[in-house]
Design a protein around this ligand. Structure first.
Ligand SMILES: *Cc1c(COP(=O)(O)O)cnc(C)c1O
Length: 466
């Protein structure tokens, strides 16, 4: 399998190189040159398979040139045996033909564990084979950092540096990052905001000379193709549990960077009958504005009760635009260069094609809290604010009651207690047993000034082989 850039001007790469890099040199994102396609008969034959075996069938075509079968199976077993529920991604029914798929049974209680637990293992495997070392640098406003650190804690060939804005992440989120012990784990609190952190990471990827040529930077945000790949699996898993592929399904996906929902789009292209994908956003609704009015325009950032979806632009959306433009990388490049200057639209027929599959809704904090309260009163089931946005959008956008509607449950409610208080409920969601002592564990992090050279010097000094 070869991977090509969405901006058409970078050389194609194999899986190993795509795994170890960030953006393509032309500024684009890597996508597979072609996708594997599974027949209905093949998919039907996967009914009842354990999660890891299903994951193997779906992902192996993407990695087969880099990893022998037995090694990949082992990696998947190690990854998903660490999840707290035996079904890995269990379904909970809310109403007639309406479900939540719980994707928060991994170590850090958000769906990002599905990909990052695997990514850490993939990186270490490939680096061991090449006898190389990678330095991961990432910025986080909360969830990604903890999932990436958990995913890399056992890696021998990776040092991970996660930047978070000093005193601007919640205590649960900070402790999930800073209490993980390991010589290769480095938490840096920057005296600045999230944008400052992100800018420093971006500029460091652009000029890696501070590492003296002895290591390369690798990315753990959702521009990394391997993350998308791992997220395709649970769409198949849910469908098979509810009568697919002999019935079509609808999914509602709480969306920020368009990574998770893009994986659903790929599942459909690979043969899974999906009749509708709902893009559920909070007030940061660039994707909803595009889907409802064919206008792509950046607004300023709003802080909401669903912080993991607080974004201004949606990086993975570029991967969909690439397909909508018949995989013409130069057309995508031109469109996004214009989008950086002001609002853009795409040709009407291309937009209508997207609308055949995608619907969207923007859900504000009040509607989020109303949904948390209503679902709790109806079902005694607590939603986290991100999942609540998904459920609200699913109900608002549903096209056909006969088709099962599945909302992706992206986080455990105990991670976001503020939204539950705000919704007027007095229940307190408890942290699961493995995290019950989070507030007693020792923390480790370094506070640094908002200064790129200082941060780069810190990294150059502290990675393992420095
Ligand atoms: C990251 C995240 C999202 C958004 O996912 P994308 O792939 O960026 O669209 C939604 N909910 C939670 C809880 C998250 O951590």
């Amino acid at each position: 399998m070869r991977y090509i850039s969405t901006r058409g001007e970078a050389p194609a790469l194999g899986f190993e190189d795509v795994l170890l890099t960030g953006l393509a040199p032309d500024g684009g994102l890597y996508v597979p040159e072609s996708l594997p396609h599974f027949s209905l008969e093949e998919i039907r034959g996967w009914r009842g398979l354990p999660y890891t075996e299903l994951a193997f069938n779906i992902m192996y075509p993407f990695v087969e040139e880099a990893i022998p079968e037995a090694d990949f199976r082992q990696m998947l077993d190690d990854t998903y045996s660490g999840f707290a529920h035996k079904a890995v991604a269990p379904l909970v029914q809310l109403d007639a033909n309406e479900w939540v798929m719980e994707l928060f049974r991994g170590p850090t209680l958000a769906f990002k564990d599905f990909a990052l637990q695997l990514l850490g293992r993939l990186l270490d495997y490939v680096l061991e084979k090449r006898q190389e070392h990678a330095v991961i640098m990432g910025a986080t406003s909360g969830d990604t950092g903890s999932a990436a650190i958990e995913g890399c804690r056992r890696c021998e060939h990776v040092d991970i540096f996660i930047l978070h804005p000093y005193e601007r992440v919640s205590e649960v989120q900070r402790r999930q990052m800073t209490t993980v012990q390991g010589d290769n784990i480095h938490n840096i609190a920057i005296k600045g905001n999230f944008d400052d952190c992100q800018r420093m990471v971006k500029e460091s990827f652009g000029d890696q000379s501070f590492l003296g040529g002895k290591a390369k930077l690798a990315a753990v945000n959702s521009i990394n193709w391997a993350r998308i790949m791992a997220q395709i699996v649970y769409y198949f898993h849910a469908s098979l549990a509810l009568g697919g592929p002999d019935r079509s399904m609808a999914f509602s996906v709480p969306t920020g960077n368009f990574g998770d929902i893009f994986a659903g789009y790929l599942a459909k292209k690979m043969g899974l009958p999906i009749s509708q994908l709902v893009i559920a956003t909070n007030k940061n609704d660039i994707l909803h504005r595009f889907m409802s009015g064919n206008k792509y325009e950046q607004h300023k950032l709003e802080h909401t009760l669903s912080p993991s979806m607080d974004i201004m632009v949606s990086s993975n959306f570029e991967r969909l635009l690439f397909d909508l433009h018949g995989r013409d990388g130069l057309a995508v490049k031109e469109l996004l260069e214009n989008a950086a200057k002001g609002p853009v639209s795409i040709e009407d027929y291309r937009w209508k094609k997207a609308r055949k599959l995608f619907d969207s809704a923007a859900v504000d904090d009040k509607a989020t809290c109303d949904t948390i309260r209503e679902v709790y009163q109806q079902n005694e089931y607590l939603l986290d604010p991100h999942t609540a946005i998904g459920v609200h959008a699913a109900r608002a956008c549903r096209r056909d009651d006969q088709i099962p509607m599945i909302t992706l449950g992206t986080a455990h409610p105990a991670k976001f207690p503020d939204a539950i208080v705000e919704s007027g409920l007095t229940v307190k969601p408890a942290l699961p047993a493995h995290m019950a002592d989070l507030f007693e564990r020792e923390e480790r992090y370094t506070v640094l000034d908002n200064d790129r050279a200082g941060v780069q010097a810190f990294i150059a000094k502290h990675w393992k082989n420095a």
